[in-house]
Ligand binder design. Structure first.
Ligand SMILES: [Zn+2]
Length: 250
């Protein structure tokens, strides 16, 4: 049977209430000149499917819009194609979806986030839903970067230094993961080895486009490869399965 909830009949879906349900959340956001706008949605769904195959989970329809892109982590809102939601919208969207999942009888929920800026708003929705449903469901939120073991980061960045997660936007990890999940959407010939964005340890509004490299890539993507993508997927998947076993006894 399919792992995708939207491909099931309502009876098939209803019969799965004892399974782990995975909610992928991404964004629609610029990812440099060599990657499509759907990167975060593709990665959220890609990891969700890999995980669902291992734990026999159910995947909810991917939420493909996210919280505002920030200049120092996503290039910001001044690039065409970055379609941002206000924080309040993200909280309400996630709140409503979680409430409906719980109403359908599911009590094991894992949110697979692939857009850094979403996290605080997702966690707020989790807290509000938990209060309003008396904690009847266990809800987890994770992503693909936090569970990644540090020795894997060293292996992925064996050619160039790791610039830190914030600047790793449209760079080696996301490009390698796209080469793994959807290579037909990656334009390797358009990668220009631009200088890293200069990290600003503070927020400043109004946002200034000249803070960000013109391509929208915050660090070099030059050493990206399918093999590096596979290395990340295999190691993160292993950790995600372990998290599910620990938290859901599955
Ligand atoms: Zn991204």
């Amino acid at each position: 049977m399919t792992h995708f909830m939207q491909e099931m009949t309502w009876k098939e879906y209803a019969s799965c209430a004892d399974k782990i349900v995975i909610l992928p959340i991404g964004a629609t956001e610029q990812h440099g000149e060599h990657l499509p706008l759907c990167v975060d949605a593709v990665l959220a769904e890609g990891f969700s499917l890999k995980l669902a195959e291992q734990i026999d989970g159910i995947i909810m329809p991917t939420l493909r819009y996210g919280y505002k892109s920030k200049p120092m982590s996503g290039g910001g809102p001044l690039f065409p194609g970055t379609v941002d939601l206000n924080g309040e919208t993200v909280i309400k969207l996630v709140y409503d979806v979680l409430t409906e999942i719980i109403r359908d009888g599911f009590t094991k929920i894992l949110i697979m986030n692939a857009h850094f800026e979403n996290e605080a708003f997702i966690v707020e929705a989790m807290d509000l839903v938990t209060r309003d449903t008396n904690g009847i469901a266990k809800i987890l939120e994770t992503n693909w970067w936090d569970p990644m073991p540090s020795h894997i980061i060293d292996q992925v960045f064996d050619e160039i230094p790791f610039p830190g997660w914030a600047l790793e936007h449209a760079a080696v990890t996301e490009t390698s993961l796209m080469l793994y999940f959807k290579p037909e959407l990656v334009h390797m010939d358009r990668i220009t080895d631009t200088k890293n964005a200069e990290y600003m340890p503070y927020y400043r509004y109004p946002i200034c486009k000249s803070d960000i490299p013109e391509t929208g890539t915050l660090a070099s993507a030059a050493s990206s490869s399918f093999e590096r993508g596979k290395l990340i997927v295999d190691s993160v998947l292993h950790e995600l399965v372990r998290i599910c076993e620990k938290e859901f006894n599955k």
